[in-house]
Design a protein around this ligand. Structure first.
Ligand code: GLY
Length: 353
């Protein structure tokens, strides 16, 4: 798989210029959604080549990450004379980089593309690592390819327009990266003041977190083994996310992952002896930052069913990535239904339900 260059920008326009290289300016295309068109696109116009690029705008939100939107991007590229030598710049959150990455990977069997994530969640997760795709047949990310962007440009000034909920949503993946990586990283990340969220102080934490993901993806780009570490918190987290939609109280992805980590840290403690003091510390950070999704024991069967349908499962068993300690990753773990329900009891008790 080709390597991906991830740049934490110090001079965005110059970094963008370098990433574009000597691409002719009439062969540059930019994909935005209506938020990033209004809030972010003007920041690219300082680059002469981008000032003349053709821009295509799609509707924001996961509900538009579908085959119709994808076809509209292909159509736009066709109508505007794109070739396999053209360049697509995806300017947006995970929805834009996933769908735009898939459009670029498949148009004329593949054209150059650059990701410029405009959400913190996108920067630490979707934009990096080459997973692209769309939702299909009611299933998330059901169709796609693994094909990394040539360059990912991380410009933190884009995050200044994010509200607190979207900042801490991205932070959940950063907490996850620290837990799967090292005690030293966890000490730094867990000490960061998420209430104030000073973006300047945050930059080195962000850079380290992205480097953790890059290192794992480089080792196992196709998720045959260690890349599954990145699924920590996500087996229960995806079930929380789905049930939050079913209950009409949609939760941001990072919130659901944070709650999922409470359950999966509990499973880690029970099955693998994950240290109790860190479990308690992590639960307290998550409770203070993310509050709670209100569930009761009446929801456990549905949550369990959602976990059994998770596409991370290779067999009938629910597949977990758990931790023996900070940085001690154990992929392909199973837990009994009784213990999973116990972990949901632990979540309810911990967040005060
Ligand atoms: N979102 C997890 C991964 O990229 O593997």
């Amino acid at each position: 798989m080709p390597n991906q260059q991830v740049i934490i920008c110090h001079n965005f326009i110059a970094d963008l210029e370098n990433a574009i290289g000597d691409q002719p300016k009439d062969s540059i295309y930019i994909l935005t959604d209506s938020h990033t068109q209004t809030l972010c696109l003007h920041l690219l116009s300082g680059n002469k080549k981008c000032a003349n690029a053709r821009v295509f705008n799609i509707q924001p939100g996961d509900s538009h990450k579908n085959i119709e939107t994808l076809a509209s991007v292909w159509q736009f590229l066709c109508d505007n004379g794109a070739t396999r030598k053209s360049l697509l710049i995806n300017l947006g959150g995970g929805m834009v980089t996933d769908l735009g990455g898939f459009a670029a990977s498949t148009f004329k069997r593949g054209m150059r593309y650059i990701n410029i994530p405009t959400t913190l969640l996108g920067a630490v997760d979707a934009a990096v690592g080459g997973k692209t795709g769309i939702n299909f047949n009611g299933l998330k990310n059901e169709v796609g390819v693994i094909n990394p962007a040539e360059t990912v440009l991380i410009e933190t000034s884009f995050f200044e327009t994010l509200d607190h909920e979207n900042l801490v949503s991205g932070m959940a993946e950063i907490l996850k990266h620290a837990l799967i990586y090292s005690r030293e990283e966890w000490a730094k990340v867990s000490a960061f003041d998420m209430e104030k969220f000073d973006l300047k102080q945050f930059k080195p934490i962000l850079a380290a977190s992205i480097a953790i993901k890059e290192g794992i993806v480089e080792e196992d780009p196709r998720e045959q083994g260690i890349r599954k570490a990145l699924n920590f918190g996500h087996t229960v987290g995806h079930a929380f996310e789905s049930i939050s939609y079913e209950k009409g109280m949609p939760a941001l992805h990072g919130y659901a992952v944070a709650w999922g980590m409470i359950c999966e840290l509990y499973l880690s403690h029970k099955l693998l002896g994950f240290p109790k003091d860190i479990l308690i510390q992590a639960v307290s950070i998550i409770k203070d930052t993310y509050g709670a999704l209100a569930i009761s024991c009446k929801d456990y069967d549905r949550l369990f069913e959602l976990m059994t349908h998770d596409k991370k499962n290779d067999s009938k068993e629910i597949n977990f990535t758990l931790l023996g300690n900070i940085g001690d990753i154990r992929i392909n773990q199973n837990a009994s239904q009784k213990l999973i329900f116990e972990s949901l009891d632990f979540y309810c008790d911990s967040v005060g339900l």
